[in-house]
Write a protein of this length. Structure first.
Length: 255
């Protein structure tokens, strides 16, 4: 009897290890095979940039490449690393920093920063910031608006630093002028696509939404694969179940 119980335990453990290995191998292959097809490479060409600009212009904001934000995904770090992953919300997370187009597709992703890091610091040290600084295309595609030369920019929230590559809202103040209120409203409306993309990602891939219990060395592979599959499904006009979205919203409210 004890031998049978021991065999069952060993069998379950072997099955779990095998499934986990297959999952991680699958995620690595998704990234290797589909990344060139469903995530844009930098530097971009003018045709690609124009496509993104047109998307945001239809939403009401000109000269925008994409909306940028960070998303906290719950993880289970080792005890010796836990302090780095403890975020301002009071739980352990890793940060997915993403640039998203007007159709809620990921253009650029930065995965794996510990939860204690803020979005702005991750962006400042990212390859995306370097590419923006090195490329002349975004300045060359400048457009005159109200006699001011406006380059191609990203849209971020108030947590980011304002610079020539990133537009953020005017700081809040009492009795804010109507033109600044309107600017902030339109920016916020257009920037919402990145929040929507995170919501859809977590609703589609429940392990991302509920939290990853994988070893920390494997969490990046899982998140990156899910982002690629999100883009693939969007390209194929896959409809997401409304119940999944509702469940994710409830989880966000209770967290």
């Amino acid at each position: 009897m004890f031998w049978e119980v021991d065999c069952q335990v060993n069998s379950d453990a072997f099955f779990k290890i095998t499934v986990c290995s297959i999952l991680i191998e699958f995620c690595h292959e998704v990234w290797r095979c589909l990344w060139p097809l469903y995530l844009k490479k930098f530097p971009m060409n003018e045709f690609q940039v124009r496509e993104y600009i047109n998307g945001f212009e239809s939403l009401g904001f000109p000269q925008v490449l994409g909306a940028i934000d960070g998303c906290h995904i719950e993880v289970r770090p080792a005890a010796e690393d836990a302090v780095d992953y403890y975020n301002y919300k009071g739980w352990y997370s890793t940060v997915l920093l993403a640039l998203v187009d007007a159709r809620c597709r990921f253009i650029y992703i930065n995965v794996g920063s510990p939860g204690r890091c803020n979005d702005s610091s991750i962006f400042e040290s990212s390859s995306l910031k370097s590419q923006l600084a090195q490329s002349s295309l975004f300045k060359n595609m400048s457009r005159q608006i109200s006699s001011i030369n406006i380059p191609v920019v990203l849209l971020g929230d108030s947590a980011f630093k304002l610079d020539e590559h990133l537009m953020k809202p005017y700081p809040f103040c009492v009795n804010q002028p109507s033109d600044k209120k309107k600017f902030n409203y339109v920016l916020s409306k257009c920037r919402r696509v990145v929040e929507n993309a995170f919501g859809l990602l977590k609703a589609r891939f429940r392990r991302v939404g509920k939290g990853l219990d994988n070893h920390m060395v494997n969490t990046r592979a899982v998140i990156k694969a899910c982002c690629i599959l999100h883009n693939l499904l969007y390209e194929e006009n896959d409809e997401i179940n409304e119940k999944w979205i509702a469940a994710q919203q409830i989880e966000n409210e209770t967290r």
